[in-house]
Design a protein around this ligand. Structure first.
Ligand code: ATP
Ligand code: MG
Length: 520
């Protein structure tokens, strides 16, 4: 609940505030199942919205959708408010935009293959290092030529094309093993079967839509429906990672602001780190470190703090710990990790308190004005002001259809991109080959017909057959924008012009950022 322009999050011995000016120092909400993590996330998201800060959150169980509706009093909430001594509590609804990768429960969210980049696509395809290397070459070929990979159809076409011309490309970019091409092709088919196809294409998400504030100055709560997406954990975690990196790459440096530009909640964050290679963990750590000066606060939600690597956990400075069990050695270890991340309160034992907390109760430590973590407090979290639980599907569809974003993303478009360009190049190459063959044939017939062969005529025939061999190669060079040692044939020139006029080409070398995603 927003109070005096600060987030009143919880109350125990004293009121606990999360300072808006320190919200970009990130946070973490942990606790066992059913202890109140989602409600805490909701309370925070509502207060950010009230403070004019847009929020992005992933709704894994569908229980965040009620935020567009006013909450209602019940015995649980009444009792909690009385216990906390809060008298100015009011129920309200919040401006909400629904998104859904599959386009059913919200506005479709898409990106292009080019924008997501080789690193995250490689993770989606679960490639090993060698295969990842080949995929990076495929992207290099596309980037160097300014060919846009919009959807999986484009990527499939380019992978096949690079495979077909592996020997030529290997000289320039490094070894391209046919076996790796095969693995990538199979993994792409699997990704399509898993529904990945709907996620890639146009119109791609415009990030400014997630930074919106409504006419009353309240930040929009952007809810990404993840009930379906979450069934494919790799797709879910890669998607969230892509979101984070997009925010990182595309927002300007702003330093520390009075309040963040956007707050990003990453639920079930353990999935991001499960079986993640060190390189990925260190990139997440880097993003967490750097994104804060772009005005972005990132909040990880997970069952145990032990799920999150230390290097990342130490970046998450506003901490909310709900109850944890401490029966098994693994659970005890998690309690120790959790307890050790707090500044001790002399009034209670942190470790004991963690396994003793009730539902909707937590150990909380936020940063103070100076950026120093406060001593840990045991406190009850405020109830949410909006509706708890699911939104009925009729109301949800109304929210989507009456939204100002309705129509912007609903219909997918298939632009001319790499797939069409490769088709064109191959068609041109075929025509060139046929014409060269015809020319050679003609020269041969001429030779036969001539009774006497002059030295000059012999030279001409030789030239024609050289033309046959070389034209295919030259055309490929032209198509790839490579320099050719010989002069351009008219046909070659035509192919180059055809390529440069195709709209699927961006016509410039593309640049990639920290996560290999495209910089705009
Ligand atoms: N701050 C709170 N105010 C009022 N009720 C709460 C609060 N926190 C938790 N509850 C009650 O506890 C229930 C479970 O909370 P919640 O769904 O947030 O748990 P969770 O930790 O997210 O569980 P899971 O891990 O299964 O997602 C809520 O439906 C609500 O009834
Ligand atoms: Mg939950």
């Amino acid at each position: 609940m927003l109070q005096n322009n600060q987030i009143l999050l919880a109350k125990g011995e004293k009121e606990i505030h999360l300072l808006l000016s320190k919200a970009n120092r990130h946070g973490v909400i942990t606790g066992a199942t059913g202890t109140g993590k989602t409600v805490t996330l909701k309370v925070l998201a509502e207060s950010f919205s009230d403070a004019g800060v847009p929020v992005f959150l992933a709704d894994i169980k569908g229980d965040l959708s009620g935020m567009c509706k006013k909450g209602e009093m019940n015995d649980n909430i009444q009792g909690r408010l009385e216990k906390m001594g809060i008298t100015d509590f009011e129920f309200k609804n919040f401006p909400t935009h629904f998104f859904d990768v599959f386009g059913k429960e919200g506005h479709p969210v898409r990106t292009t293959v080019s924008e997501m980049g080789p690193l995250l696509i490689g993770r989606l395809l679960e490639l090993n290092d060698a295969q990842q290397g080949v995929l990076s070459i495929v992207f290099r070929v596309a980037d160097d030529n300014g060919w846009l990979l919009e959807d999986l159809k484009d990527l499939r076409a380019l992978v096949r094309y690079v495979g077909d011309h592996a020997s030529e490309y290997s000289t320039e970019y490094g070894n391209i093993a046919k076996a790796s091409i095969g693995v990538i092709q199979r993994a792409l088919l699997q990704l399509e079967d898993d529904g990945g196809e709907t996620f890639f294409g146009q119109p791609a998400l415009d990030f400014n839509d997630w930074l919106q504030v409504d006419h009353n100055g309240k930040g929009y709560i952007n809810i990404l429906e993840c009930v379906e997406l979450f069934k494919r954990p790799m797709l879910y975690s890669t998607f969230m990672l892509w979101m984070l990196s997009e925010l990182y790459e595309n927002l300007p440096e702003v330093g520390d602001l009075e309040k963040p530009k956007i707050v990003f909640f990453f639920d079930e964050a353990h999935l991001l780190f499960k079986d993640a290679p060190k390189s990925l963990v260190s990139k997440v750590e880097q993003i967490a470190k750097l994104i804060r000066s772009k005005g972005v606060g990132v909040y990880f939600i997970s069952q145990s703090p032990a799920d999150i690597p230390d290097s990342v956990l130490s970046q998450l400075q506003n901490r909310i710990q709900h109850a944890l069990h401490a029966y098994t050695p693994a659970e005890m270890k998690a309690v120790n990790v959790a307890a050790s991340s707090f500044r001790e309160n002399p009034n209670f034992d942190t470790k004991e308190a963690i396994s003793d907390l009730g539902t909707g109760e937590a150990l909380v430590s936020c940063l103070d004005e100076k950026g120093v973590p406060c001593i840990v407090e045991r406190a009850l979290i405020l109830p949410p002001q909006s509706q708890m639980g699911l939104l009925d599907s009729e109301r949800r569809q109304q929210e989507i259809e009456y939204s100002d974003l309705y129509g912007k993303y609903e219909d997918e478009v298939d632009n001319e991109s790499a797939y069409e360009m490769i088709q064109k190049v191959e068609e041109e190459a075929e025509i060139a080959e046929a014409e060269a063959e015809a020319a050679a044939q003609k020269a041969k017939e001429k030779k036969k017909a001539a009774k006497k062969t002059t030295t000059f005529e012999r030279a001409a025939t030789n030239a024609a057959s050289t033309f046959t061999r070389e034209t295919g190669k030259e055309l490929l060079n032209a198509a790839l924008g490579r320099k050719s040692t010989s002069r351009k044939t008219p046909l070659e020139k035509a192919a180059t012009t055809a390529l440069s006029t195709l709209t699927g080409s961006v016509g410039k070398t593309l640049t990639r950022g920290l996560f290999d995603i495209l910089k705009r």
